[in-house]
Design a protein around this ligand. Structure first.
Ligand code: FES
Length: 107
């Protein structure tokens, strides 16, 4: 595992996702009630872009067919057996900026 910087904290807007592609990962980053969440970007239903969706009731909602994944666990709200990967998140101060980092498995 390694902590990888994804973006600056102030690039995140409540209710919206931010897409980040880094080190072979395609990730969707969200901020909700001042807490940052990182999940895999690809919807397991048919490959929708979760970062392009919106947030509702603590869930990332896929823009294609509106499947809703819990930001904290990655589980599909209506069927918890289906899930997207979630990653540990931290923010660090670097050069006067607040960076969002995720703890990603590295080969
Ligand atoms: S591709 Fe995401 S809900 Fe269908």
């Amino acid at each position: 595992m390694a902590w990888i910087s994804l973006c600056e904290l102030d690039e995140l807007k409540p209710g919206e996702g931010k897409y980040v592609e880094i080190d072979g990962y395609q990730l969707a980053v969200f901020i909700e009630n001042d807490k940052v969440f990182v999940i895999d970007n690809t919807c397991p239903h048919a490959g929708g872009n979760l970062a392009g969706g919106y947030v509702d009731d603590g869930c990332a909602v896929c823009p294609w067919h509106y499947w809703a994944f819990r930001l904290d666990s990655g589980e599909l709200k209506d069927a918890p057996g289906v899930k997207v990967a979630t990653y540990q998140v931290r923010t660090i101060e670097h050069g006067g900026k607040q960076l969002v980092q995720a703890n990603l498995p590295m080969p």
